[in-house]
Design a protein around this ligand. Structure first.
Ligand SMILES: *[C@@H]1O[C@H](CO)[C@@H](O)[C@H](O)[C@H]1NC(C)=O
Ligand SMILES: *[C@@H]1O[C@H](CO)[C@@H](O)[C@H](O)[C@H]1NC(C)=O
Ligand SMILES: *[C@@H]1O[C@H](CO)[C@@H](O)[C@H](O)[C@H]1NC(C)=O
Ligand SMILES: *[C@@H]1O[C@H](CO)[C@@H](O)[C@H](O)[C@H]1NC(C)=O
Length: 474
């Protein structure tokens, strides 16, 4: 009886939840006009479903042909997913910038722009105590990601494996990541009806998680990296040059003209702030706000590139040390895969069937870079904007909110095979040019990185002079 009530309660809650979902999605879909035209250029502030647009219609949809095993005869043995936290509020610094931008528009903007009154009527509502927190939409992001993972790997992400402690959760210590981990777990509890019930006085199941910043925030502990790249303005000089360059100036002047604000008061920083305000209003509140109308497609592409340049040099291919800092996470991943393979080979139960790791954009970008993914033939620079419009290193495609890298190990007739997926899309292992290569070939391909450690990467001194940096395009 109690058991039945519990199930009923959970099923009912789930049904209500689904009804809500289809309602909110229905609303979002009612016309494309409700979606900001620049929603795909919000860089790291992109909604996951604005990249994987098939999710707009059904947030639990799976692309069956993208998540197939290497062959029908293969059995999944283990998967690890390394995901970014969900949608978040702006940081304290950005809240201040938004306030300054809003203030400037309220006091200085003029003219006959048809939506100027809407801009002036907008109420600043971002408060410092929300800064960096996970939003309600961010919680949903992870609930749904968890449920799509169950659908994708129904034989691995099972109730039995969850309750048997064979699903491991690791998170960065940053509160939005911990809340994302709890949301992912909540998605699983809802799915498997393990939530408990206040009604009949049954406590929900709690799953443990481990905080591990060595893995999820390696970038903060790698001194050499912090010193030579993060605290070195010259390391991302290309981003600075672009921000002061002709493309950004065009955007700046165009928006300043629309608002009739003098050019000297409307900096490149403010032009960026208005664009990301449009992004925040969309991702957090689902609003296509009047701020979005200030920026057309061409403007959006420029602001997006400005952000990518910074990330390319601080977290990507710009300097070798950016990605080397992630080698601790890289090796940890391969150790997990190896352990699962060994246990399976020995006919033992696999002790860790699923690993869920929650971190940051700064966790994932160096890792995909170390793996050699999303590498452009020509490095991104301040003066090759036009030729980089279809660049591979596009943060909105790699690290939107809940951006994720998944490694799935399969037992196949000819040995273990590994699939890598980024944001639930298969990616070829660089150098092997194959979607499901043999695990042993993957290890061979990455032989030089396997066994690396942060100390080695810390010893890699990079010369911070501009000339040197430009001649080191990794
Ligand atoms: C589904 O995945 C296949 C194979 O990766 C891909 O070709 C196709 O475009 C995907 N469909 C959608 C709707 O994304
Ligand atoms: C985490 O979630 C709790 C409630 O579930 C909320 O009160 C808190 O503000 C959240 N913290 C962050 C940093 O998102
Ligand atoms: C974090 O992960 C590293 C690498 O696997 C491991 O050596 C370390 O013991 C872990 N720390 C904690 C607190 O679990
Ligand atoms: C970096 O390079 C510049 C010129 O290329 C040189 O003058 C300087 O000594 C170098 N610094 C280090 C720490 O090697």
């Amino acid at each position: 009886m109690v058991e039945e009530l519990l199930r009923f309660n959970a099923v009912l809650r789930f049904a209500v939840f689904l009804a809500f979902l289809s309602f909110s999605n229905g609303a979002a879909l009612s016309s494309d006009a409700d979606i900001p035209t620049n929603a795909q250029y919000f860089n790291t502030k992109t909604r996951y479903q604005d990249f994987n647009t098939y999710l707009r219609e059904n947030i639990l949809a799976i692309n069956i042909s993208a998540v197939k095993p290497p062959a029908p005869t293969c059995t999944p043995v283990h998967f690890t997913i390394i995901a970014r936290h969900g949608t978040r509020f702006p940081t304290a610094e950005n809240i201040k910038k938004i306030a300054a931008f809003d203030d400037l528009v309220k006091t200085e903007a003029n003219g006959d722009l048809s939506y100027l009154s809407e801009l002036k009527a907008w109420k600043m509502w971002y408060k410092e105590d929300m800064a960096g927190h996970l939003t309600e939409t961010g919680r949903e992001d992870h609930i749904h990601l968890a449920q799509r993972m169950v659908e994708t790997f129904p034989s691995l992400l099972t109730k039995e494996n969850l309750q048997g402690g064979r699903v491991k959760f690791i998170t960065s210590s940053v509160p939005r990541c911990i809340n994302s981990t709890l949301s992912f777990q909540l998605g699983l509890k809802e799915w498997f009806h393990l939530e408990g019930s206040v009604l009949v006085g049954i406590a929900g199941v709690e799953f443990p998680y481990t905080v591990n910043d060595t893995l999820m925030r390696f970038f903060a502990s790698c001194e050499r990296f912090v010193e030579t790249v993060l605290n070195n303005p010259e390391a991302a000089i290309q981003a600075t040059l672009f921000k002061n360059g002709p493309e950004m100036e065009t955007v700046q002047r165009k928006v300043a003209d629309l608002l009739q604000i003098p050019y000297d008061k409307f900096t490149a920083d403010l032009a960026e702030t208005g664009f990301y305000l449009c992004a925040y209003e969309w991702t957090i509140r689902g609003l296509n706000s009047p701020w979005c109308r200030l920026y057309d497609r061409a403007d959006a592409e420029v602001v997006d590139y400005a952000s990518d340049l910074g990330l390319y040099y601080k977290r990507g291919y710009g300097h070798k040390i950016d990605s080397m800092a992630s080698c601790v996470l890289f090796n940890d991943l391969f150790n997990r895969l190896e352990k699962a393979a060994n246990e399976f080979r020995a006919g033992q139960p696999v002790s860790e069937v699923v690993t869920v790791e929650i971190g940051h954009a700064e966790t994932l970008l160096p890792l995909v870079t170390l793996l050699g993914l999303f590498k452009d033939k020509t490095p991104l620079t301040a003066d090759n904007y036009a030729s980089q419009l279809n660049r591979a290193f596009n943060s909105g495609h790699i690290v939107p909110y809940i951006g994720n890298l998944l490694a799935a190990l399969y037992d196949c007739p000819d040995g273990f095979r590994l699939q890598l997926r980024v944001n639930e899309r298969p990616v070829e292992v660089p150098g092997l040019d194959e979607f499901s290569p043999l695990f042993k070939d993957v290890k061979e391909q990455y032989q030089q990185i396997l066994g690396c450690n942060q100390e080695i990467s810390e010893k890699r001194v990079i010369n911070s002079s501009i000339k040197e940096l430009e001649s080191q395009p990794y």
